[in-house]
Design a protein around this ligand. Structure first.
Ligand code: MD3
Ligand code: FE
Length: 211
């Protein structure tokens, strides 16, 4: 835990889109650099991999997790597991990441899972609902790092109108209440728009109470 994390006050969101609370540039440059260093250690223990969807297609986004549980997809389906596909337990969630949860969530529980998504050039994530967690009353908190990503927000069911917003490095989004089961996805990234990651790309963290 960073030394001041208990003193942080809950900020006001910069805007709200369909119940998603968006905090633009909540993380300072220094916090972003610290978080990247912490995530490098995580990815060293639990390497990124390309999950295969039940359809047999491999996702263009690379993933790994930290925390007690990690999200897995293979031909058998989507689920949370206690170990990385290599067999090692997931590394703990870094304090720099937990601090963000403490700052923007109401914090009755600490997340047991943090999914790490890496978007390299051309990667995208189709519209989907996050429904593999046990209790949808817990919010999901997302942290964007690196290149800009075009985030699309839909409805509680497939179809209907959507709204898109660019997420930039340091932005945080909280999906809670009725927004928790809204369809969403990442249409594209602006590869090379940020200097934070030496090889370019976008990292997204989602903090979840999975079990
Ligand atoms: C809304 N990730 O990992 S973060 C995902 O930028 C995911 O990598 C995107 O969708 C990304 O599942 C979007 C925003 C997000 C994350 C989780 C949600 C929105 C959500 C869970 C429920 C509702
Ligand atoms: Fe999602």
């Amino acid at each position: 835990m960073s030394k001041n994390s208990q003193c942080l006050t809950t900020p006001e969101p910069s805007c709200e889109v369909r119940g998603f609370k968006i905090y633009k540039e909540l993380l300072s440059k220094g916090q972003q650099i610290t978080m990247i260093a912490d995530l490098r250690r995580v990815v060293h223990q639990a390497p990124l991999f390309g999950p295969v969807m039940p359809s047999g297609r491999r996702m263009s986004v690379q993933m790994t997790s930290c925390g007690m549980l990690g999200w897995i997809s293979d031909k058998a389906g989507y689920r949370y597991e206690k170990r990385h596909p290599s067999g090692v337990p997931w590394p703990p969630i870094p304090g720099s990441v937990l601090d963000i949860w403490r700052q923007v969530s109401t914090c009755r529980r600490i997340p047991d899972s943090c999914l790490i998504n890496l978007y390299r050039e051309g990667a995208r994530m189709g519209l989907h609902q996050d429904a593999d967690e046990a209790d949808f009353r817990w919010p999901v908190v997302s942290v964007s790092l690196g290149d800009d990503g075009l985030f699309r927000i839909g409805n509680l069911q497939r179809g209907g109108t959507t709204e898109s917003i660019w997420l930039q490095s340091g932005d945080v989004v909280v999906m809670g209440g009725n927004a928790r089961l809204v369809y969403h996805g990442i249409d594209r990234i602006r590869f090379g728009s940020s200097k934070l990651l030496s090889n370019g790309g976008r990292l997204n963290l989602t903090l979840r109470v999975a079990a």
